[in-house]
Design a protein around this ligand. Structure first.
Ligand SMILES: [Mg+2]
Ligand SMILES: [Zn+2]
Length: 200
């Protein structure tokens, strides 16, 4: 089980499937919330500044919003699905109280040595999402804070943005810039860039 579906508000739900639908894939830890190492306590959930307004802007512009997260703490035995669910419910509640939500979040619960097909940068999470949602890769983006996020975007044919609110600092940012990957201070700046570029 690697699909998390938030409780949607009454008027919620993903945009109707149509040709050319754009999706914004987002890493969670270090992009949506503070990256607390192997977070498993809902009390440790801290939304990063500007995240909810940024998600509202993308939704208003008709984008699908899908989280993609490696949760190897589960496979490493550091916490269980129950703890993950408690944390994710808190994330959803923090977003909902600010009028924002994700359409879904896909996560990999495996440890690295499991060599699964869904641990980023392997494409499994996106493949699973594709069975439920429809988007046009060349019009879609992935925002993350690690080199593995950027690598996943590259493999999937998505545009990528590295944000500096998590692990994406120092050498990672340097490497991203050298590879001509967009680097933004945070999700809010990334969204401003994406919408400015994509507006016809
Ligand atoms: Mg991260
Ligand atoms: Zn996996």
């Amino acid at each position: 089980m690697t699909l998390w579906l938030p409780e949607l508000p009454p008027a919620g739900g993903p945009p109707a499937a149509r040709r050319g639908t754009r999706a914004l894939f987002l890493d969670r830890d270090g992009v949506i919330i503070e990256d607390a190492h192997y977070l498993h306590d809902p009390g440790g959930v801290r939304l990063l500044p500007g995240v909810a307004p940024a998600l509202r802007r993308m939704r208003d512009a008709g984008w699908l919003l899908i989280g993609v997260s490696n949760q190897s703490g589960i496979g490493r035995g550091l916490y269980g699905e129950r703890e993950f669910a408690a944390v994710q419910r808190r994330v959803d509640a923090e977003l909902a109280s600010r009028g924002a939500w994700l359409d879904a979040l896909y996560y990999c619960p495996h440890a690295p040595q499991a060599a699964c097909a869904c641990r980023k940068p392997e494409p499994g999470l996106l493949q699973e999402a594709a069975a439920r949602f429809h988007w046009t890769p060349e019009r879609s983006w992935l925002v993350g804070d690690k080199a593995t996020d950027i690598e996943l975007a590259r493999r999937a044919g998505l545009s990528a943005c590295l944000v500096l609110t998590g692990r994406g600092s120092g050498t990672v940012a340097q490497a991203a810039r050298e590879a001509s990957t967009l680097v933004c201070a945070d999700l809010s700046a990334a969204v401003a860039h994406i919408l400015a570029e994509e507006t016809p």
